[in-house]
Ligand binder design. Structure first.
Ligand SMILES: NC(=O)CCC(=O)C(=O)O
Length: 306
């Protein structure tokens, strides 16, 4: 059960310190995948894309939001997997674990519908180079929207919201995880920044109404405000699908610059991440020192009952 906010549970996080990452420069692969109703095919297609990205030098591969299932409230329960049980109960994450250890790469495994007891979550799994599950992020902000004549979608009809922000140390640096709609909530990435994240990965599937106006804007805003890298990965667009994704998976640098992007087709983006750019930007434009903590503060709520 979510606790309600009480001032005595609030904590001001200390000013952020960037940890030294295990690698300073590496290649990232963003696999913008065409997703179908055929789950086996989706898993095989994702595997092939991960292998291709690794062949092209990617040490970190990111997949889209909901890559094993159509995006629909009817599909989520049907395609959901018991991630904690693993093995046959979760063929999607079993594949990710296998391929991560085989290729010795880190995988931010997009998201899949997760079944846990009688609840469903929209969940992103992060696998280390040895295939171990390092982190599981359950989408915190569910996507409920109603713009008459344009788009209506109520993710909360099916999914339960996650309760925990996720920052994970990997062989390619400290990564904060958000899923799609999570990108709209700047406090989450501010929290990740104070926890020393180098890179925020957002598997996401923006739509044809908000995508054109907000998708790139939000990524660049999160990156430039926090002076870190932001990577997004969308499903490819299928105009025949019930939910049509905007596509445009992108890598943004710590100055808000777009380093790599694509249109809406099935594609693999390979680009370079260079963490020395974070220090450079933070030195030449020292926002953290200029921040007026005497006037405003980010507070972190302590979840006493979770
Ligand atoms: N899958 C999502 O969370 C979509 C979010 C989105 O399109 C938005 O506008 O927010």
């Amino acid at each position: 059960m979510a606790s309600s906010f009480k001032p005595e549970q609030a904590r001001v996080p200390p000013a952020f310190q960037l940890p030294i990452p295990p690698v300073s420069k590496f290649k990232i692969g963003l696999c913008q995948l065409l997703v179908t109703a055929d789950k086996e095919r989706n898993i095989a297609h994702a595997r092939q894309a991960i292998e291709d990205a690794a062949k092209r030098g990617a040490q970190l591969v990111v997949l889209p939001e909901i890559w094993n299932s159509p995006i629909s409230n009817d599909s989520f329960p049907v395609y959901a997997e018991d991630i904690d049980a693993g093995g046959d109960a979760s063929p999607s994450t079993t594949m990710l674990s296998e391929v991560a250890s085989l290729l010795k790469i880190t995988i931010v495994g997009g998201s899949i519908p997760e079944r846990c007891g009688d609840r469903l979550y929209n969940t992103c799994c992060v696998f280390d180079t040895d295939g171990k599950l390092k982190a599981k992020h359950r989408k915190i902000h569910l996507f409920d929207i109603d713009i008459p004549g344009k788009i209506s979608f109520q993710e909360s009809k099916t999914f339960t919201a996650g309760e925990t922000p996720t920052v994970v140390d990997t062989e390619v640096g400290r990564i904060g995880i958000g899923i799609c709609h999570d990108i709209r909530f700047q406090e989450l990435v501010m929290l990740y920044a104070v926890r020393g994240a180098h890179l925020i990965c957002y598997p996401g599937a923006f739509n044809m109404t908000t995508g054109p106006l907000h998708w790139e804007l939000l990524q660049r805003a999160r990156a430039v405000d926090n002076q870190l890298y932001v990577a997004t990965c969308s499903p490819a667009r299928d105009v025949g699908a019930g939910y049509v994704a905007w596509g445009h998976s992108t890598l943004v640098g710590p100055f808000g610059e777009i380093l790599a992007t694509t249109e809406h087709d099935d594609a693999i983006i390979i680009s370079e991440v260079d963490y020395s750019q974070i220090e450079l930007r933070r030195t030449s434009l020292p926002l953290e020192k200029q921040r007026r903590g005497d006037l405003y503060q980010l507070v972190e709520v302590q979840r006493l009952n979770s």
